[in-house]
Design a protein around this ligand. Structure first.
Ligand SMILES: Cc1cc2nc3c(=O)[nH]c(=O)nc-3n(C[C@H](O)[C@H](O)[C@H](O)COP(=O)(O)OP(=O)(O)OC[C@H]3O[C@@H](n4cnc5c(N)ncnc54)[C@H](O)[C@@H]3O)c2cc1C
Length: 314
């Protein structure tokens, strides 16, 4: 049995949780077993996890959660249903609970995996290392295994139909910490989950020019990102900074404008499926990493691109 922890902040399933279910269903099929998903608290449309491959969806009642009692609950359910592998999203919650779950289950753990395990010689999982410049293949030799899955690592697939949600008789332990308040970042889809990202660098010359970028992002329905100096100069908020010292992302489409493509920037974005670079310098290093490149002044190119996207969408 494979157990997926389907993370659902504010009662909404995260996209990476759905991806983890697809991942778990495919792994279950390769291992000749089945896959169950676990939600905690009140979750909208939890039964829809069946569509992504969960044969069963379990729910634990209770809203008072912290990472410690989530980890304990996930491990308890894994024990109860006899799960050999537990999969969770590689989110801040996933990163926080994966080690705890593994410790309780005495399991080997690999975090941030990006592909299904190779089962031809044991249980070998692949994850990107050195800022995405290399892959590490790791064999888990323990009987039980814990994995966390990177967002956008595998495409979402509808593999089944919605199922009824079963309440499972596991108690949430009392929280040892209490969250007093949460201040959320404004804006659209968080960068690690975004499929489309439009990003700007120092070539935009100043925050007053960001509308050029924002209009393209809005036309595409994309999230926005930036290079580090842009965040350092407070042209954009720090949570938009991508790269080695910022967020690592892997969207389907990354459009970079006015960004030189320094190695530290590429470290966070070179796992994007398609990279489009707009830069007026034909020698900009980013062009070497680009699938499509436009040599030109972004202030001329981007508004035309935005118009073209709007026309296409209309
Ligand atoms: C330890 C360390 C960690 C770092 N971590 C990060 C990180 O996580 N993320 C990150 O981004 N950087 C990081 N950096 C900084 C990195 O080395 C680069 O300095 C930075 O990425 C450059 O940002 P930029 O491309 O926006 O600016 P610039 O290097 O100034 O490039 C601006 C680009 O815009 C182009 N341009 C200018 N005007 C136009 C125009 N009108 N139209 C089109 N193109 C134009 C220029 O040709 C140029 O290529 C790190 C550096 C160090 C030392």
């Amino acid at each position: 049995m494979i157990l997926i922890y389907a993370e659902s902040p504010d009662g909404q399933l995260k996209k990476v949780a759905l991806e983890a279910v697809t991942y778990g269903a495919k792994l279950a099929s390769a291992m000749g077993t089945t896959c169950a998903a676990l939600t905690i608290g009140t979750v909208a449309d939890a039964g829809s996890l069946g569509k992504y491959g969960a044969g069963k969806v379990y729910n634990i009642a209770g809203e008072d959660v912290d990472n410690q009692n989530i980890a304990k609950a996930v491990a308890d359910v894994a024990e109860k249903i006899g799960a050999e592998v537990v999969v969770m999203p590689f989110t801040s919650t996933g990163k926080s609970i994966q080690g705890r779950v593994a410790a309780i289950l005495n399991a080997g753990v690999v975090s941030g995996v990006s592909a299904l395990p190779d089962l031809s010689n044991g249980f070998v999982v692949r994850k990107p290392v050195f800022s995405g410049k290399a892959f590490a293949d790791t064999k888990i030799t323990s009987e039980k295994k814990v994995l966390s899955l990177m967002g956008n690592a595998i495409p979402l697939e509808e593999l089944g139909a919605a199922v009824d949600v079963e309440t499972i008789d596991i108690d949430l332990a009392p929280c040892k910490v209490k969250r007093l308040s949460v201040e959320k970042q404004a804006g659209g889809i968080p960068l690690p989950e975004a499929e489309l990202v439009v990003s700007g660098g120092r070539g935009l010359k100043g925050p007053e020019n960001w509308n050029v970028l924002l209009e393209l992002a809005e036309a595409l329905g994309a999230s926005t990102a930036c290079s580090r100096p842009v965040a350092d100069m407070d042209w954009r908020p720090h949570h938009e900074h991508v790269g080695q010292t910022g967020i690592a992302i892997r969207p389907n489409l990354y459009i970079a404008m006015g960004i030189s493509g320094a190695i530290q920037h590429l470290a966070g974005v070179n796992n994007s499926k398609t990279i489009v670079v707009i830069n007026k310098d034909p020698e900009a290093p980013f062009f070497k990493a680009a699938d499509y490149g436009v040599v030109g002044d972004l202030f001329e190119v981007v508004p035309k691109l935005t118009e073209a996207v709007k026309r296409l969408k209309a």
